[in-house]
Design a protein around this ligand. Sequence first.
Ligand SMILES: *Cc1c(COP(=O)(O)O)cnc(C)c1O
Length: 435
Amino acid sequence: MTERWVYHLTQEEIPTHWYNLVADLPTPPPPPLNPATGQPFDDPTPLMRIFPEALVMQEVSTERWIEIPEPVRQIYALWRPTPLFRARRLEQALDTPAHIYFKFEGVSPAGSHKPNTAVPQAYYNKQQGIRRLATETGAGQWGSALAMACQLFGLECTVYMVRVSYEQKPFRKILMNTWGATVYPSPSEQTEYGRQILAQDPDCPGSLGIAISEALEDTLTHEDTRYALGSVLNHVLLHQTVIGQEAIKQMEMAGEEPDILVGCTGGGSNFAGLVFPFLRKKITEGKPYRIIAVEPASCPSLTKGEYRYDFGDTAGKTPLLKMHTLGHEFMPPRIHAGGLRYHGMAPLVSHALELGLIEARAYHQTQVFEAGVLFARTMGIVPAPEPTHAIKAVIDLALECRERGEKKVILFNLCGHGLLDLTAYDQYLSGALQD
Ligand SMILES: *Cc1c(COP(=O)(O)O)cnc(C)c1O
């Protein structure tokens, strides 16, 4: 064996701190606004009815490094550090001089990067004496990650799952039930807002925005309950930075420095998790990284959305966030990359785009599945539908390198495996998938 294909770190090398990009940005991101007053919150106390205090403090923190509690690092060790691979067989198939690396987050028990934040979120709630967490989930990646984390820390977990997914994709619901969570199809009969929507449209397929509204209402009507969000917010992006910190060490082991970093973006958390630690080096050391966010052409918040204040949910109950948005009433089409069907984008990712620190592009779903199948046929791993967007961009970049004879180093985040998304592959392979 002469060619190195994979770079592993030891358990001791799991990062000890999360990295907060806010500390290094040339200008601070616009603050969230109180929807009642249209002004910034003078004090974050009202948010503590929704999230535990420790997470609210992280949300508004400007500290560069935030220590990861030991019990959280211990649970991270169930699957972290995650491997970094060199995709040599993909390079060969593309006949490109580019070197392609990927960080693989699909090795977590839930099969994606989401447990990186689910675990600390459950931990801080438990520390504060909270009994139950309520949340929403689209295709079920976030719900299953939180169900596992709640189970590991002895919390109850209630999940509002977008109805189409609940009906068409039962496997992640079964996974959530296995980890002890209660799952309702959303819109549900459990909340006032859900009942209101069902009265108007009994067949409503649901959306992430509606499910967020239901989980929030559940939280606000139960004193012992807090809410958990799997993307978008600063503290969620913060927790994901273990990915990029590990990747920096692993790229050093490989003896290479990436020229281009790529990630898919739904709410922005797996992308931020990989790229924010590299952005630190771009800002503070002048590293010339090109950083690309890739989104679906059917839900193009970064490439087509307006940069303005908007709500995070459909009912308009959340604080107003300054972000690239398609409007909080936008009903995303039912594409297979369920994790990318969200109307807005993380304020920190939006701000980085405005500052010109990153760029964005969009692809259609048939193009990305073609890329996903090529990846599966060369590297073995079947990617989740979301990261096939990143893979499509990587393939295009590698082909450009071939045309120009450039030996660029490309690093992307393979944020989840697709073994629970095989019906989507079935549709693609049978020619039934449409843009
Ligand atoms: C949830 C999810 C996404 C989208 O969320 P981000 O916050 O943008 O990362 C992407 N990929 C996978 C595998 C997911 O589970």
